[in-house]
Design a protein around this ligand. Structure first.
Ligand code: ADP
Ligand code: MG
Ligand code: MG
Length: 201
C-alpha cells in the first residue's frame, strides 16, 4: 500500500485548485439555476488563498496541510460552502494527527470524520441535494480505491439532479430545485477527482 506524505497532500490541494479555476464558470452556472450564482467564484477565491498560503508557509505534515487549507477556506469564502469545505479539510486534518505519512486507510477514516463534521455543521443528510450526496459515497468507496471514490462522488453529484433541495439556498425554491445538479455536490466530485488524479488513478 502506498504511503501518502506531505507532498501528496500539497499536490492534491493544488490539483483541486486548478480544477476549481477550470470549472469556475460551470459551477457558477449551476448555482445560477438554484442559488445565487457565486459558487464558482467562491471556490476560486478560496482555493487561490489555499495555494497562496501553502506556498508562503508550507506545513510539514499532511494533517497541518489540510488544517491550513481549511482555515483559508473559512476565512476567505463568504458563502455557505466556505465554512462547510473549511470544516471538511480542518476536521480531516485534525483526524490525521501529526504523522509525517498516512496510509490510504487512515485518510479514508479521517475523511469520514471530516464528512461527519460537515453533516453536523450543515444539518444535511444524504438525499438533501447538497455536497453530502457526493462526499458520503466517496468516503464509503475510498475503502476500495481512489478511483472508486472519484466515480462514486461523480455518480452522487449526478444523482442530485432529480432531488428536491432540503438545505441551503436551493431549498428556498422548493420543487423548482428539481431538475438541476447541485453545485456543491459537483465541486465535491472535483475535489475527490483531484485526489484520485494525485494518486495516479
Ligand atoms: P451560498 O449558498 O451561500 O451562496 P455556495 O454557492 O458557495 O454558497 O455553495 C452552495 C452549496 O453549498 C450548495 O450547492 C450545497 O451543496 C452546499 N450547501 C449549502 N447549504 C448546505 C448545508 N446546510 N449542508 C451541506 N451543504 C450545503
Ligand atoms: Mg451560491
Ligand atoms: Mg452566496
Amino acid at each position: 500500500e502506498p504511503v501518502l506524505d506531505v507532498d501528496f497532500f500539497r499536490r492534491w490541494l493544488t490539483t483541486a485548485a486548478a480544477s476549481m479555476e477550470r470549472e469556475a464558470d460551470h459551477l457558477t452556472q449551476l448555482d445560477s439555476a438554484i442559488g445565487d450564482a457565486d459558487h464558482g467564484s467562491n471556490l476560486q477565491r478560496g482555493f487561490r488563498a489555499v495555494t497562496g498560503a501553502l506556498e508562503k508557509e508550507p506545513p510539514a505534515t499532511p494533517g497541518a496541510t489540510l488544517v491550513l487549507a481549511g482555515r483559508q477556506l473559512i476565512s476567505t469564502v463568504g458563502g455557505a460552502s466556505g465554512p462547510l469545505y473549511g470544516t471538511l479539510l480542518r476536521r480531516t486534518g485534525k483526524a490525521l494527527g501529526d504523522s509525517a505519512e498516512v496510509t490510504p486507510a487512515q485518510l479514508a477514516e479521517a475523511l469520514g470524520a471530516g464528512v461527519a463534521a460537515v453533516a453536523q455543521l450543515g444539518g444535511a443528510k444524504a438525499g438533501d441535494k447538497t455536497m453530502i450526496d457526493a462526499l458520503e459515497p466517496a468516503v464509503a468507496a475510498l475503502a476500495t480505491s481512489f478511483a472508486a471514490a472519484s466515480a462514486a462522488a461523480e455518480e452522487g453529484a449526478v444523482a442530485t439532479v432529480p432531488l428536491q433541495a432540503r438545505k441551503g439556498r436551493a431549498s428556498y425554491l422548493g420543487e423548482r430545485s428539481i431538475g438541476h445538479q447541485d453545485p456543491g455536490a459537483t465541486s465535491s466530485a472535483l475535489l475527490i477527482a483531484a485526489l484520485a488524479a494525485t494518486a495516479g488513478e
